[in-house]
Design a protein around this ligand. Structure first.
Ligand SMILES: Cc1cc2nc3c(=O)[nH]c(=O)nc-3n(C[C@H](O)[C@H](O)[C@H](O)COP(=O)(O)OP(=O)(O)OC[C@H]3O[C@@H](n4cnc5c(N)ncnc54)[C@H](O)[C@@H]3O)c2cc1C
Length: 736
């Protein structure tokens, strides 16, 4: 985010076995002057080799998961969470749902495969997407058990290949070890062929059949399912019918529907056809890997081993293609080790025609799988910029975490304002002499122009997302006053780069902003863009306000309840993200919260004649609340335990993370009244956490409180109240 814009863009679509390797290599040896972007439909990638073991209780879910938010942050890879809906081959752009297209110079497609389903089969449980399979399975089992009321559950697993066999054994183990015996299901493994594990050596087939029998799993061969009716009624080719309580599809691989929309040549089964260099036969700028690709003239199964072995070849070929060097060929290996987890701390090993079913095979599998995952679950912080370039007196921007959008501290503002000696102007109804979230300029009687400016340095490497948040953040000041935004002027500091790259960057930023401005009728009417070392973006918003009725910061009354409309923690989470420590499970709620407009909560507050309001941003809850309290002399009492928090915020604060602005926010709020016990609590730091696109802080009278809470479309929470002023040094008191 600090550097100049690169000249080459490599885009990975999907983050499966092959692409995970490319992302990891990027940390070790990024290709100069090139940006790597990964587009994924999930923020977690799942390792199929450990999925059945997780079902059997041998692993906890996090052991089979790669956290893409952390991995990409750690490796300096841009991660875009989006759905691809098409491909402009000539224009070298992937078309995305609900956001601008992404340009590429080289593209690699690796979105795996899906189980083949007969008509009506969509109502059953598919093992893909694997990220959600175990949760979906658990819900369906609970629902089915409730429906069956004590009767043994009939489970059909369709597909007698490697994944079907593993899932059958491990599901049975799951019931034995994780659920009580009374719920033991009757599992039936169904296959269209005559035996299990078609294509594998006879000895492996026998070992698997023996284990299946030992577990009491029923086998139903020569049973091709033609269609499914009424959700679970299986109609077989020979006319037979059967209705189990739940159906799991582990059938052979079919191409994801998206492959047909990419306008590239497909093989006879519908997978992307490539040459041995893994390049599409339709475009040498597009690669296809893993289950998604099909190398012309080669016969190999859709298996993770091939996807993994393609990793180093794809990496080398992407590098060579950028440098104009000849590409390497990939050849599927003729022999490879297969290890099938039978759920009982044993595995069936097959290698060069030899097969074993034993504990040592499981230990070997566990060692191989754990070693593999260990490579992708190391989320070291990305290297900071070379700090030696900056002298001791310079502010080292490379050390700014960005959790505060590089906002200047309150101290800096306080120090600079006295120098701003200006004459009084009658048309300035609210200016720096009564600082608030906006300024007010008189226009005609009863109406004023509301003005506010807000911009920040980039804290996410996704200009569309940044544009959306920048717009919402800037609009929030006007909403917080009950003013109506009318127009916006943009402020952009763009990284150096070619005109084309800069134009692309600015269009993505603006598209994001317009996405938020359009619904509230705000056009961007102008602005100013310059080049600088760090991408910075924001807006001046102009609007209308009624000077008499705006919700000023200072109009507090004794007895008011304090309501906060969004959870706190964006500062510490963004700071953690810079160090690759913000988990995917925390990232999604963080982004959703930043993208929540304050418009509706503000409108509800305005209509209910809430007198005092502000939005909580860079100076944190305590800083903004003190700004409200200062002119009134009243005191606020805040209950720490009632503060709404974003997932992960408390854990990160406890582990010592905080935004670079937090210490200065704390310094500006010296003398808060709180017990020594509270001083020691890490959670207290949340009071000083700078917020980006934070919520509104509203002071509402008790008789309007319930209506306000019910009308706010956010997680509005009562966090304390306003009491009479006290003689103590501080007018903010924090209790547990
Ligand atoms: C239960 C089970 C066990 C298995 N065990 C083994 C084994 O032990 N050994 C073995 O060799 N093979 C095994 N396989 C097969 C193996 O999982 C696949 O061959 C392998 O996952 C293929 O890797 P991939 O990278 O092509 O795709 P995947 O690993 O499936 O990765 C594709 C990624 O793309 C993402 N994606 C999908 N669609 C989109 C989209 N439209 N936009 C963006 N992203 C998208 C997905 O979320 C996913 O993260 C197993 C399969 C199953 C089902």
């Amino acid at each position: 985010m600090n550097d100049s814009l690169p000249n080459h863009d490599i885009v990975l679509l999907g983050a499966g076995h092959t692409h995970a390797h490319i992302i990891r290599m990027w940390r070790m040896k990024p290709i100069p002057d090139t940006r790597l972007t990964c587009i994924s439909d999930h923020m977690i990638a799942t390792y199929s080799g450990m999925m059945a073991g997780t079902l059997a209780g041998q692993y906890v879910p996090s052991e089979m998961q790669i956290d893409l938010v952390r991995l990409c942050a750690s490796c300096g890879v841009r991660l875009v969470h989006a759905k691809v809906i098409g491909h402009d081959v000539g224009g070298r752009r992937l078309l995305l749902e609900d956001r601008p297209a992404v340009h590429y110079d080289l593209l690699s497609v690796g979105i795996g495969s899906r189980p083949m389903l007969p008509p009506g089969g969509e109502t059953g449980l598919s093992i893909k997407p694997m990220q959600t399979f175990l949760d979906r399975l658990s819900t369906v089992i609970d629902d089915s058990l409730a429906r069956c009321s004590g009767k043994a559950l009939q489970v059909a697993i369709v597909g007698g290949g490697a994944s079907g066999v593993e899932i059958a054994c491990c599901l049975q183990q799951h019931f034995t070890s994780s659920r009580n015996d009374a719920s033991a299901p009757i599992i039936t493994l169904i296959d269209a062929g005559e035996q299990l594990l078609a294509g594998m050596p006879a000895r492996t087939q026998q070992l698997a059949a023996r284990e299946i029998q030992r577990r009491g799993i029923q086998l139903r061969f020569n049973s091709r399912i033609e269609r499914v009716e009424d959700e679970r009624q299986l109609i077989f080719e020979d006319g037979q019918q059967w209705q189990p309580d739940l159906v799991i599809w582990a059938t052979s691989a079919k191409p994801p529907t998206l492959l047909g929309q990419l306008e590239l040549p497909l093989d006879s089964r519908g997978f992307l056809q490539t040459s041995n260099t893994l390049q599409s036969t339709g475009s040498d700028r597009v690669f296809a890997v893993g289950d998604t690709g099909a190398v012309e003239g080669e016969r190999y199964a859709k298996a993770g081993v091939f996807a993994v072995r393609q990793g180093p070849v794809l990496w080398e070929n992407l590098r060579r293609k950028i440098h104009g060097e000849p590409l390497l060929d990939w050849k599927p290996q003729a022999q490879f080790l297969t290890l099938l987890n039978t759920g009982d701390q044993r595995a069936i090993l097959t290698y060069r025609g030899v097969s074993f079913h034993a504990g040592w095979c499981w230990r070997l599998k566990d060692r191989i799988d754990s070693k593999f995952m260990n490579m992708y679950q190391r989320y070291e912080p990305p290297e900071m910029m070379d700090a030696s370039a900056s002298s001791a007196t310079e502010i080292d921007l490379s050390k700014q975490c960005g959790g505060c959008g590089s906002k200047a501290s309150a101290r800096v503002l306080q120090k600079s304002l006295p120098a701003l000696q200006q004459a009084q102007h009658d048309h300035v109804l609210m200016g720096l002499d009564s600082p608030d979230d906006i300024a007010l300029l008189a226009t005609r009687p009863g109406l004023a122009t509301a003005v506010s400016t807000d911009f920040f340095s980039a804290f996410v490497d996704d200009p569309f997302l940044l544009g959306r948040i920048a717009a919402l953040n800037a609009l929030s000041d006007l909403f917080a006053k009950g003013a109506t935004p009318r127009a916006a002027l943009s402020i952009a500091v763009l990284s150096a780069g070619s005109d084309e790259q800069q134009a692309r960057l600015l269009s993505d930023l603006s598209a994001g902003a317009m996405r938020e401005f359009q619904p509230v009728g705000v056009p961007i009417i102008g602005g100013h863009s310059i080049m600088g070392p760090k991408l910075t973006f924001g807006f001046t918003i102009l609007g209308d306000a009624d000077a008499e009725s705006i919700m000023r910061k200072s109009s507090l009354s004794e007895g008011d309840c304090l309501v906060l409309t969004k959870p706190l923690g964006s500062g510490v989470l963004l700071a953690a993200h810079m160090q690759a420590a913000c988990r995917a499970a925390w990232w999604t709620p963080l982004v959703e919260t930043m993208l929540l407009s304050n418009q509706h909560a503000a409108a509800a507050a305005f209509e209910l004649e809430v007198a005092a309001a502000t939005d909580v941003t860079g100076f944190g809850l305590a800083g903004h609340l003190l700004e409200m309290l200062m002119p009134s002399g009243l005191t606020a009492e805040i209950s720490l335990s009632s503060l709404p928090l974003l997932p992960g915020a408390a854990e990160l604060l406890k582990n010592g993370f905080e935004s670079t602005l937090a210490p200065s926010n704390r310094e500006s709020c010296r003398g808060l009244k709180m017990s020594p016990e509270l001083h020691e609590k890490s959670l207290t730091k949340i009071l000083f956490d700078p917020q980006t696109s934070g919520g509104l802080l509203l002071a509402v009278s008790k008789n309007r409180l319930d209506e306000l809470l019910s009308r706010c479309e956010t997680q509005a929470t009562v966090i304390g109240g306003i009491v009479a002023g006290s003689d103590s040094e501080s007018n903010l008191s924090i209790v547990i």
